[in-house]
Design a protein. Structure first.
Length: 365
């Protein structure tokens, strides 16, 4: 298979994770060739840290290079859409951090553009790629879990003033939103990855923890397409960083509570890992479920490496990407629905089409 040459664009902390846990962990698949940042000193420091041979300060210069196959976009969220569209026009494959773009309208433009472009675009949702969540997904897909009843997702994390010293954070114009877009978006994607899409959303959001523009507390209630119900809570004001997820099915309950395990604050950002509890309806059902879970082969590779490896394989085979544009649109649709529900005190019906008042975006005009 072809070794793909990659340019990382935006050399902040998340780019470091893409480099160390992704491209550099897969030397047979990727050659991390260029570090690009508008700040030349930051690009140089990043290149030295990760052993990257070349730097650029111009995104256009990166796109003009015939030797670059993939651009990995790790810039502030407000830049994701124009950079993704420009990269596709240049024929470059794209890996793009979350939140993917700033509106459903933009997401639909990217989806339409990909249909006529040789380039393919993969949004980032690396939390999906852990042995624990893959085991749960295998059980649900097998039918052994039975009907879904009710599910609860809690993102209780902590972010203080130091976090918002980064100039683009906490502002609608650049971060696009707060806890719903930057932190809990991962857990909410995991929930929809396991359960499927929502059909109705009611919710509230507010800003109580930090003096910022965007939300740092939110709650929502969802009705899912399979008839099950979901509650979501998210805050950046928890004194102990915890991720809790509980999925109650007809035949089994799956749960993870990082507050109950050693290293919980660190594991709050790794809920896909194999620290899930399985509570079956009967011992016999439990044995059958465990047999399915045991068929999932543990993968010691980091989460980004797992997603990037599947990205490379999909490009080679011409198959579906491990995270699709439709997945990213679904996450943005949920965010749009919570923002609109909060503004109007109504339940929002999904899917959201181009006739919806927030189809063009949820940020204040």
């Amino acid at each position: 298979m072809k070794r793909l040459r990659v340019a990382i664009v935006g050399c902040g902390w998340v780019a470091g994770s893409h480099a160390s846990e992704g491209h550099l962990a897969l030397p047979a698949q990727f050659d991390l060739a260029v570090a690009c940042d508008i700040d030349p000193s930051r690009a140089t420091a990043f290149a030295v840290q990760y052993g990257i041979a070349e730097t650029e300060t111009s995104f256009d210069a990166v796109l003009a290079r015939p030797d670059i196959d993939v651009v990995d976009i790790c810039t502030p969220p407000s830049l994701h859409f124009p950079m993704t569209m420009a990269a596709m026009r240049a024929g470059k494959h794209v890996i793009c951090e979350k939140p993917f773009v700033a509106s459903l309208a933009m997401a639909d433009q990217v989806i339409a553009a990909q249909k006529t472009s040789p380039a393919r675009v993969m949004p980032i949702f690396q939390y999906r790629f852990g042995t624990g969540i893959e085991q749960v997904k295998a059980v649900i897909d097998s039918g052994l879990a039975g009907r879904g009843y009710v599910h609860a997702i809690e993102t209780a994390w902590k972010r203080g003033p130091d976090y918002y010293q980064v100039v683009w954070r906490g502002k609608f114009a650049t971060e696009l939103g707060g806890v719903l877009l930057t932190q809990s978006i991962h857990m909410h994607d995991m929930m929809m990855y396991l359960v499927g899409p929502a059909t109705a959303v009611a919710g509230f959001k507010t800003t109580r923890v930090n003096p910022i523009e965007v939300e740092d507390c939110a709650v929502a209630s969802l009705r899912m397409a399979d008839g099950s119900l979901v509650s979501l809570t998210a805050t950046l004001g928890s004194q102990l960083q915890i991720t809790r997820m509980r999925f109650c099915f007809e035949n089994v309950t799956f749960e993870i509570d990082t507050g109950r395990v050693e290293g919980g604050p660190d594991l709050a950002g790794r809920p896909g890992d194999p620290i899930w509890t399985m509570i079956p309806k009967t011992p016999e059902i439990g044995a059958a479920i465990q047999a399915v879970m045991d068929q999932v082969v543990p993968d010691p590779a980091p989460r980004f490496a797992r997603q990037f490896r599947r990205f490379h394989q999909a490009l080679h085979d011409g198959t579906a990407l491990p995270v699709t544009l439709e997945d990213a649109r679904r996450s943005l649709e949920l965010i749009t629905a919570v923002f609109y529900a909060n503004e109007t005190n109504t339940a929002v019906m999904l899917p959201i089409t181009n006739e919806h008042p927030m189809y063009e975006g949820w940020t204040p005009k």
